[in-house]
Design a protein around this ligand. Sequence first.
Ligand code: FES
Length: 319
Amino acid sequence: MSEQVLNLVVRKRVEQGEGVVILDLADPSGKNLPAFEAGAHVDIHLKTGLVRQYSLCGDPANAAVYRLGVLRDPESRGGSVAVHELLQEGSEVAIGAPRNLFPLAADASRSILIGGGIGITPMIAMAHQLTAQDSAFELHYCGRSRSRTAFLDELANAPFASCVRTHFDDEDAAQKLDLPAVLGQPEDGVHVYVCGPAGFMDWVISEARKAGYAEERIHREYFQVEVDASGESFEVVAERSGKTVQVAEGQSIVDALAGVGIKIEISCEQGVCGTCLCDVLEGEPDHRDVYLTDEEKAANDQILVCCSRAKSKKLVLDI
Ligand code: FES
């Protein structure tokens, strides 16, 4: 593990809405934590051996705690269930230092933040930071119903409460998210940020494109992605290691490489975090991640080996 690991304790644990636990993590001796910027996430190293990413949802100006909101998802591969069951008040927890793959644009004149369900978490940190910077924004929070939704009291009492709009599926039509109206015309300097379930994000992204927003002004963070591992077998050459391996149908490149003793650092295993990025020297990747931009994918010189495959019979990687 090459990243800096922080050994923290759970100072406070609160359950809210339906299946959301909010954890405040702090240094055991009360020392300030490394600074983070809105949009950052941390890797939680669970005692089960799993590593999972969760967005920091506290105020970046508060150096005493890292706040996380975790939805219990029984359909997940065990990470959120382990967080719910293992992390109680006083529990020790190892986390990676904050990393930011979802930063606020420095040049925005106005920001439209849209969070669906637990996708609200990075938006709360963004709202704090934008407030501190005196930068214009609005925060839209969509949920199935008020009673199932976490963070409502916190948002109602936040210094930016007047910028928050909530939208619930089971309430009257007038409060539903009118996306075309919210997005409006893409005036100069307006940036859109979205996080939530994949279908919700696809809807927001396609509406933003339809409204005329340029790709670089549509910012997104996926937290859950279906990985499609299907596809034919292909060969991977690890150039620097001097090893060649056949990747079987349904097998990941990471697993195939592990079989010949080449260990690639991984984290999310879903093509979300970028940890397993490798340079491609030859061959055409079949990109299945949501981390690389469309331009980066088209360049075909990098690949996320936890989930992507090959269109060509052979891939040569710089590993
Ligand atoms: S491990 Fe996260 S993108 Fe591959």
